[in-house]
Design a protein around this ligand. Sequence first.
Ligand SMILES: [Zn+2]
Length: 690
Amino acid sequence: MIFRPFATLSINARCRSTKPRAPARHDSFEGWIDNTLSGILTLLSEPPPSRGSFHERVCRTRSGMKSQSKHLILLLFALLMLAACGSGKTALPSATPRQAVIDQPTENPPTGNPGDPPSEQADVIFHNGVVLTMEQDSPRAQALAVRGEQIVAVGSDEQLLALQGPDTHVVDLEGRTIMPGFVDPHSHLFNDAGSVGMDIDQAQQKALEYGITTFADMFVTPEFLQEMQDYQQAGKLRMRTSLYLAYSTNCGDVLGDWYQEFPPTRNPGEFLRIGGVKITADGGTCGRAALSTGYPDGGYGDLWFTQDELNQAVASFQAAGYQVAIHAQGDLAIEQAQNAIEFSLGGSPNLLRHRIEHNPFARPDLLGRYSEIGIIPIAWGEYPTCAEVNDSYYSSYFGQEPMPWLEDWRAFLDANPDLPVAWHGDFPYASLDPFHHLFSYVTRQEMDEDGSICQPPEWLALHRITVDEALPLMTINAAYALFRETEVGSLKAGKFADLIVVSDDPTSIDPLEIKDLQVWMTMVGGTVEYCRPGHETFCLESPEESFATGSIEEGTSVNLALGQPVQVSQSQPDGPPENAVDGTEALWSAGADSPQWIEIDLGGPSLVEAIRLTVAQYPEGETIHRIEAAGPGESLRLLTSLEGFTKENQVLEFRPEAPLTGIARIRITTTASPSWVAWHEIEILGVPQE
Ligand SMILES: [Zn+2]
């Protein structure tokens, strides 16, 4: 696993996890004495820090000596109380450093808890989130830890932060959701990428951006198999990929026994796998679905095989150990596929997990047979509501009679409660975005091309399934359909760290908002494969890395902020914004609690080597300040976030690894503080570029 160091987040989180949190406000005597006592107890119980980074120092200032005499008396009182409790140790808190400097990110930050055995340390800990595990016994958690390629623990914040070691990256999810990466067991992502103007690299990138981490490509010819094997050998394959070798074309032409050279593989952890063979039993993409109800313009659609032919084909694959995936859309084809699987199993359990693909027109009398025979149905997510609502497109094409059967997954789940029914995206025949499929599963609504929502008629609305039912279809059940359920599809210790950070929790938001959910980070096997711009803190990256850098000749830097125009969220009359850039002790005060911001216009693009903030704060306590920056005409982007225990007149300095170039304005937003938000001075050190 490759990480870029980000000392600010990880060190600070260590500070928080190993020491008691200060109350947000402690105006009262009791609050203050509690805080002081806890600080002293912390100091007594911990070994001295091995080095003095900003964060350790701000942690340590918890026990720093107060300058005001009233506080000193209370502190002595607290020490006496401790002595009276029989503590043999005596330790006076050290003086608070007047000026603290943020250390540069370091490969090996100082150790946190020396008692932790190294083998327990995690590479990454995600905490303070909603973890949707897809594990029935423990469906939700707060935190998750990764080591190497694997998940090592899922649990509460407290349990998992204990796995923190010196090199652990700690990611605060800020209440966001982590869930398994989507598993799409039937797609044409790679083999049909060209039909939507993409090459394989681009298709793979898009899928990762939508949070798909495992998929199956369903139409693999000898040439395409070679192409995929070359692709993997070139080190370019980033998603777990199962290939289904084509026995016949979508028009029913048998391609021969070429597949025999390529037996299926089910080795744990393999990225590229021969999943099985694909048979196309009826029309749909070539010709028409085989429907017992007949078409309004005549005929019963296209069955490509006789029952006997299909029986013999499936039986031969069964004998050779191949999983079979049978495309069947009309009820005649579905029935034929069920019969063929039943025939080839001869009463034995379906250990090879033969599947039926699509299943849109399953007649009600066929529903129970999936469970009876043990067949895995693969069910579309997106329903074409708009085409039907706007133009009666489907009912005029297929006739009214089979319409109530069409993709009735509600009936599927009710008839097969113990079967791992699985989703499929079937890109490019439906959206690549799994959240569009989830939205359709749970609302049966669809977003039209103009962005409006097409409402389902009542009979169709009754086919809704719930989010809690749909998510397993798209993760763990789909993994089962690919023989990968012991590796991926749920978040559990020992499985691969294939997971996504999602903007919100699909199980708790209004279902109408599901279609707008965003994937902010996609991880495959412990490696971040996608990071949505602006969300770098969820991706083990420093946001600073998204800024261009330059160089400054030594000794030429000036305070670019001095006397520059300032905007603020609000001001107190006696603490105007200009005071923050006037070079004196005078302060700007918002006269209100956080969040509040102040923004300085540098008057043109500039090279910036440091940002120095002189704290104006009472009472002292935990604060969080986000520093954002932008070039001319650009929108603000997060540069860094300063978190820690701060106090009056402390100087916080942020110094990027290299000077940032083209910076025209800088905003500091205080998002947490026990005090009204204020600054004595903001200095931005650098040189103008024009
Ligand atoms: Zn397909």
